[in-house]
Design a protein around this ligand. Structure first.
Ligand SMILES: [Zn+2]
Length: 371
């Protein structure tokens, strides 16, 4: 098997496993001394083929690393985006993953970046830094949450540099707070071995079992009211009960633990704010609350948690509802499991605002919808 075939195989291996990758999340790459083959933005790892990768010039990417870009975040990301485009060898019509520079930085042939549920249970917990230190010691780098894009690249660049000075090789394991993990190695087989060891080291001395059961489609008075309201606006809505919605919809206090996003990816698919409806409220009040929500946030609630009932999801079509369900269900798992590591550590309002306004993520969402 050649390197590109190996890359496709390992991409699909993690891409089809929901414990590692949900929706369009995660990205992978292969590089030699001249070229970097990186997953294109908006393409799903689960079905990716050789034509889903963008071939980039490593010389051009290297030139970007120490270039001075604008201090203004919007102009800076725009300049970076243009330089990234110039670094494309082929094909012109695809856009490389926003994490391309990170892949170029880590000096291994294969890089597999994912957002595994168990890793994120740790990354989105209050004890993330100390637990990584205790479980992985000097083997791993832990990167505190940083806005995605060039700022994150610069932070990682300096941490990787320090690591290389200390250990005389690139790090194979990079943990990103409130985000996920980068694993690098020179063979696909070693990548898998590292992922397996990460999984077992996170499980050590902790109970990472989740409540078991099926996801069921349900109907409630509120879900019917909301479905009618959606129809009038060309939207669709479905209601679900999952083992974890039973846990978090019990009352407002439990809901608080899933009331804010943990990672940028959650915002991409579910937005950053959700609506909680108390059990007893009537039809008019439900519609008032949705209208209030829309006025305040300028978008409709994609995720509505109804007390003692479950999740009512709103989207443009059934397929997108399924994606919101998968992503929000994963978010509930992360919240539940984070209790094993000191409890939930959400993104801050400033971090959330940055993602809400980020054009790159909007692009990813629109491509994912169009596929
Ligand atoms: Zn990511």
């Amino acid at each position: 098997m050649n390197h590109l075939e190996s890359l496709v195989q390992i991409s699909q291996y993690y891409g089809t496993n929901p414990a590692y990758v949900i929706a369009g999340g995660g990205n992978t790459s292969y590089k030699n001394s001249e070229k970097l083959y990186i997953k294109a933005s908006g393409i799903s790892l689960s079905t990716i083929d050789t034509d889903g990768f963008v071939v980039m010039s490593r010389q051009h990417l290297g030139e970007m690393e120490d270039k001075a870009y604008s201090d203004d975040p919007v102009s800076r990301e725009d300049e970076v985006k243009k330089d990234l485009k110039k670094a494309i060898i082929s094909p012109e019509h695809l856009r490389p993953s926003v994490e391309t520079s990170l892949h170029n930085l880590i000096d291994y042939a294969y890089i597999v970046h994912t957002h595994p549920t168990n890793v994120n249970a740790l990354m989105c917990s209050n004890d993330a830094a100390s637990e990584v230190e205790g479980r992985f010691g000097s083997e791993a780098i832990f990167v505190e949450y940083t806005d995605p894009g060039f700022i994150l690249f610069k932070k990682l660049q300096s941490q990787v540099k320090e690591y290389v000075e200390r250990n005389h090789e690139s790090p194979k394991l990079i943990f990103l707070q409130n985000h996920g993990i980068f694993v690098g190695a020179n063979t696909a087989r070693e990548i898998k071995a590292i992922y397996d060891s990460v999984e077992s080291r996170i499980r050590a001395n902790r109970d990472l079992h989740l409540p078991q059961g099926e996801i069921e489609k349900i109907s409630s008075e509120a879900s019917i009211v909301i479905a009618d309201y959606c129809k009038e606006r060309g939207l669709v809505s479905s209601a679900f009960k999952t083992p974890l919605s039973e846990h978090f919809a019990v009352d407002r206090e439990h809901y608080e633990k899933i009331s804010k996003p943990f990672t940028p990816d959650i915002i991409v698919y579910c937005k950053s704010r959700y609506l909680f409806l108390e059990k007893e409220i009537g039809k008019d009040e439900i519609l008032n609350r949705i209208e209030e929500f829309e006025k305040k946030n300028t978008y409709y609630p994609k995720v509505i948690v109804q007390e003692k009932v479950g999740l009512i999801l709103v989207e443009e079509n059934e397929r997108s509802i399924q994606t919101v369900l998968e992503v929000f269900n994963d978010m509930m798992k992360i919240s539940y499991l984070s209790e094993q590591f000191g409890g939930q550590h959400f993104m801050t309002p400033e971090q959330i605002a940055f993602i809400d306004n980020w054009e790159v993520e909007n692009y990813r969402r629109s491509v994912a919808k169009a596929v």
